[in-house]
Design a protein around this ligand. Structure first.
Ligand SMILES: Nc1ncnc2c1ncn2[C@@H]1O[C@H](COP(=O)(O)OP(=O)(O)OP(=O)(O)O)[C@@H](O)[C@H]1O
Ligand SMILES: [Mg+2]
Length: 361
C-alpha cells in the first residue's frame, strides 16, 4: 500500500545550522505516528515543513502521490495544532473552531453543522459561546484540536499538544486523543519529547536526534530493541555494560563472563550492552550453577509507588534494577542479579577505553 504521507530526504537549514538533516519517512493511512526526540532535534521544524509553514531546502513531501512540497498550508490537506494552542482570544469557541471553514468559504449553515459535530466529538457542546480565557487548559486544548479537525484534514499534525496540561489532565486528554484518533481513523503525526507519551499513544515512533531519524518502529520495537545507545537512553532507562567479545554469544564484562543471545563477531571486539531495569532479575538467595548471575550488594532502594528502584553494585558496575514495590530490599542487602541472555543487546561498538559502566540515573 502506498504511504499516506511520505517525506523524501527533507533538509531544512536556518543559516548555517541544519535543523532537519535528510529525513525520509513513510506514514500509513490511519497511523498514529510520533516524532520523538530531545529539545532542538528538529521536530517542530519537520512538522512545519509538512504543514507548509517552512519550505525545505531540499527534499519533498508527498500526500499519497501528490507532491505538496510547495503548496501553501491551507491547500495541502493538513491541519496543525500548535503547542501553545494559538486560539484567537477575541473569538468565542464556536468562532475559533469555525475559522478555518470561513477561510475555505464553506457556506454558513454547513459550517455551523460541522462546528457542532466536532465540538460534540471533543466533548465541548454547551461551551460554544465562551471565550478562551473562560476555559480550562484542557478545554482550550480541545478547542485547538477541534479547530484542526473541523477542516477534515487528511493528515492531522500535533506539536506537543499536551505539554501545557498538568500531569493528571495530560493523561486523560492523552487517552481521549488516542480514542478519538482510532475512532476517526485519522492519520496523525504527533510531536513530543516525552518518551512515555510516545510509547502510550503511537502505532509507530520515529526517534530523532540532531535533525536525523535514528530509528523507526512500533513502541515495543523501539523500547525492546533500541538500535543505538542514544535510543536506548532516550526511550526509557537502561543499564549500559562495556564488554569484550570472547567468543560468539559470549562476552567478558566487569571480570565475569556473560552469555548474550545472537551475538556475532570476532573475539576482542569491544561493545556496549544494554539491559532495562525491569529485565534484570533480583534474588536475595545465592543462585548457583546458572550463567549470567552476578553476586552484588544493594546500594540504595527508592520506593516509586508501583515499583521499587534499587541500585546494586556487582561485577564492578552499578546496576539500576526495578523490583516489585513490596520486595523487602534494603541497602547493604546481598543479592544475586540474573541477566537474561536474550535481554542483553549490543547498542554500541565501544569507542573509548572508558570502563565506567552500569546505569545512568
Ligand atoms: N525560525 C528559526 N530560525 C533559526 N533557527 C531555528 C528556527 N526554528 C528552529 N531553529 C533551530 O532549529 C533547530 C531545531 O528546532 P526545532 O524547533 O525544530 O526543535 P524541536 O525538536 O521542536 O525542539 P523542542 O522540543 O524544544 O520544541 C534548533 O536548533 C533551533 O534553534
Ligand atoms: Mg518544538
Amino acid at each position: 500500500m502506498a504511504a499516506h504521507l511520505r517525506l523524501v530526504n527533507v533538509v531544512k537549514r536556518f543559516g548555517a545550522a541544519v535543523a532537519v538533516d535528510g529525513v525520509s519517512l513513510e506514514i500509513e493511512e490511519g497511523c498514529f505516528f510520533t516524532l520523538l526526540g530531545p529539545s532542538g532535534c528538529g521536530k517542530t521544524t519537520l512538522l512545519r515543513v509538512v504543514a507548509g509553514f517552512h519550505t525545505p531546502d531540499a527534499g519533498d513531501v508527498f500526500l499519497r502521490d501528490r507532491r505538496i512540497t510547495h503548496l501553501p498550508p491551507h491547500a495541502r490537506g493538513t491541519a496543525m495544532v500548535f503547542q501553545e494552542y494559538a486560539l484567537f482570544p477575541h473569538m468565542t469557541v464556536a468562532e475559533n473552531v469555525g475559522y478555518g471553514l470561513r477561510m475555505r468559504r464553506v457556506p454558513p449553515a454547513r459550517a455551523r453543522d460541522r462546528v457542532a459535530r466536532v465540538l460534540e466529538l471533543v466533548g465541548l457542546l454547551g461551551h460554544e459561546a465562551k471565550y478562551p480565557h473562560q476555559l480550562s487548559g484542557g478545554q482550550q486544548q480541545r478547542v485547538a484540536l477541534a479547530r484542526a479537525l473541523v477542516v477534515e484534514p487528511e493528515v492531522l499534525l500535533l506539536d506537543e499538544p499536551l505539554s501545557n496540561l498538568d500531569a493528571k489532565l495530560r493523561l486523560r486528554v492523552r487517552d481521549e486523543l488516542r480514542e478519538l484518533q482510532r475512532r476517526l481513523g485519522q492519520t496523525t503525526v504527533y510531536v513530543t519529547h516525552d518518551q512515555e507519551e510516545a510509547l502510550a499513544l503511537s502505532d509507530r515512533v520515529a526517534v530523532l536526534n540532531h535533525g536525523r531519524v535514528l530509528q523507526v518502529g512500533t513502541p515495543e520495537d523501539v523500547y525492546r530493541n533500541p538500535a543505538s545507545r542514544f535510543v536506548a537512553e532516550f526511550v526509557g532507562l537502561a543499564n549500559f555494560v562495556p564488554a569484550e567479545v570472547v567468543a560468539p554469544g559470549r562476552v567478558r564484562a566487569g571480570g565475569v563472563e556473560l552469555h548474550v543471545d545472537g551475538l556475532q563477531g570476532a573475539s576482542g571486539r569491544r561493545v556496549v550492552l544494554a539491559v532495562r531495569p525491569e529485565e534484570v532479575r533480583v534474588r536475595q538467595e545465592p543462585v548457583d550453577g546458572k550463567p549470567n548471575v552476578l553476586r552484588g550488594r544493594v546500594r540504595s532502594a527508592t520506593f516509586l509507588g508501583a515499583v521499587r528502584r534499587v541500585t546494586v553494585e556487582a561485577a564492578g558496575l552499578v546496576w539500576i534494577v526495578d523490583v516489585r514495590a513490596d520486595e523487602p530490599l534494603a541497602p547493604q542487602a546481598e543479592v544475586s542479579l540474573e541477566l537474561p541472555a536474550e535481554r542483553l543487546r549490543v547498542v554500541e561498538e565501544e569507542r573509548t577505553d572508558d570502563q565506567r559502566g552500569g546505569g545512568r540515573s
